[in-house]
Design a protein around this ligand. Structure first.
Ligand code: NDP
Length: 455
């Protein structure tokens, strides 16, 4: 089956790519492994040099990368530029910190022994990546892995093959050995065979829970290390002492990040009864004020969704939620015209049994869930199969920290929207996955933590 890039703003087919054959894929894994064997012998300075080179290309050509993302998955160009720059910052961060993170650690045991821990690369790591941040998700996986001495084969989402090819070129133009980072143009049904390849030593996936389950079970069958960064349904608690204007701004920003197509977008807004009506008014105004349109226009804040099928699935979730008693305060229907556009939408009175409560809602649709008080808000926040991120808006910072401690998730933000940062570990609990990306925790996911004792 050929892979296709379709512009989601216009529905036009941009490019068609032939899938690689099984023998081509096996050859790529072999040469990538050979590149790894050389790469593992390089110094940390040499590795840092390549990442700094990539950072330079990401920054100096950020407009070009932004155009590519806009064309393939509808990201507004100003967000694409920011994404390319964030990738550059991530490369610089691991270039600067990687050596210290992976330095040999002395662990005294007996007097007469010299004992220490070293961090050695595993080899070829398969990265299965999604379309929503087509540059960032890949760099978040590859920068630490490459700094640790691993090599990467990337199976990117089928709708962003142009980005996948660009990523390979960036690494090569930055001076990386020819096969250190290779893109596999294959559909998802071919991933199992790559995981099975004896020279593939680990797999990292960002995507849906279904994709995570499939990859984890194959990795389990062949006993390979696996890191999963899956969906989320981040809850934001708006407490009665919140600055409501600030709360509305934070919640709208959190919901509409990347047009709502982010694992760490705010999806459920748990608002305590005394402030609910006022919050709804201000939140709807903020959501309505966002400028939606052509992703190539510098003024556009949200573009179309990445694919029509994803937009249609979102509409089904909204319709089913309204049918079961949710009230739609804004948006809620597919506009006429071409493209996969969906308007900012606000549902309220959302309750268990509705898709907006129970499922991940991956688009610009906010679910307001009424709660009595802080204790009820915490209970509802944790009443989710997901556990990625969360937020709380309150004037009382000690209270914010107490709430942060009570939520079952991988990160909590008090009075600001959740975001990823190369310096902080990133990942979730429950069905949001396992393992961590970024920071000193992320770089150690794909290393052999080796104990050495010398007598
Ligand atoms: P998927 O999870 O299906 O795709 C993500 C990546 O996984 C792609 O590279 C995809 O390849 C691959 N993949 C999919 N199924 C399998 C499988 N069985 N085995 C191995 N690899 C697989 O996301 P979709 O694009 O279909 O989006 C569906 C939903 O997933 C969204 O609505 C959202 O809820 C969630 N999602 C979450 C993301 C996150 O950041 N956590 C990112 C993207 C989606 P291919 O493209 O070839 O199918």
């Amino acid at each position: 089956m050929p892979l296709q890039s379709i512009n989601p703003a216009t529905d036009t087919i941009l490019s068609t790519y032939q899938e690689m054959s099984s023998s081509e894929v096996a050859d790529i894994v072999r040469v990538t492994h050979a590149a790894h064997l050389q790469w593992r012998g390089t110094s940390m300075d040499q590795r840092a040099g390549i990442l700094r080179g990539a950072a330079h290309l990401l920054r100096s050509r950020s407009d070009e990368w932004a155009q590519l993302m806009a064309a393939e998955m509808g990201k507004p160009v100003r967000d694409g530029v920011a994404e390319a720059r964030k990738c550059a910052d991530c490369c610089d961060y691991f270039a600067e910190q990687g050596a210290a993170m992976l330095a040999r650690e002395s662990v005294p045991t007996d007097d007469q022994h010299d004992s220490f821990v070293v961090y050695e690369p595993l080899g070829v790591v398969l990265a299965v990546m999604p379309w929503n941040f087509p540059f960032w998700q890949a760099f978040r996986a590859l920068a630490p892995a490459i700094m640790a001495g691993n090599a990467i084969v990337l199976k990117h989402a089928s709708n962003v093959c142009g980005c996948a090819i660009a990523l390979e070129r960036i690494l090569r133009d930055a001076g990386a050995p020819e096969h250190l980072f290779r893109t596999l143009l294959i559909g998802s049904s071919r991933v199992d065979a790559v995981i099975e390849h004896p020279l593939v030593r680990g797999v990292t996936l960002t995507g849906s829970s279904d994709a995570g389950r499939a990859v984890a079970s194959k990795a389990g069958q062949v006993l390979k290390k696996c890191v999963l960064e899956l969906g989320g349904s981040d809850a934001y608690l708006v407490l009665e002492d919140a600055d409501l204007d600030m709360a509305a701004t934070i919640c709208a920003k959190a919901r509409l990040v990347n047009g709502g197509q982010s694992c760490i977008a705010g999806k459920r807004f748990l608002v305590v009864d005394p402030v609910r009506e006022e919050f709804e008014k201000r939140f709807v105004a903020k959501m309505a004020a966002v400028r939606q349109g052509d992703p190539l226009d510098q003024a556009t804040e949200i573009g179309p969704m990445a694919r029509r099928d994803l937009r249609d699935q979102l509409q089904r979730q909204v319709t089913a939620s309204v049918d079961r008693g949710a009230r739609c305060l804004l948006g809620g229907s597919i506009p006429a015209g071409p493209g996969a556009f969906y308007p900012p939408t606000v549902l309220t009175d959302v309750r268990p049994g509705m898709p907006a409560y129970d499922e991940e809602v991956f688009g610009p649709v906010a679910a307001i869930i009424p709660v009595r008080d802080e204790a009820a808000a915490i209970e509802v926040a944790n009443d989710s199969m997901f556990g990625l991120g969360g937020g709380v808006v309150t004037r009382d910072l000690a209270r914010g920290q107490r709430v942060a401690a009570a939520l079952e998730c991988g990160c909590m933000f008090v009075n600001e929207p959740v975001r990823s940062d190369p310096r902080l570990p990133f990942g979730g609990v429950k069905q949001s996955g396992y393992g961590r990306e970024l920071s000193a925790f992320g770089i150690k996911e794909f290393v052999n933590v080796k104990s050495v004792v010398v007598n």
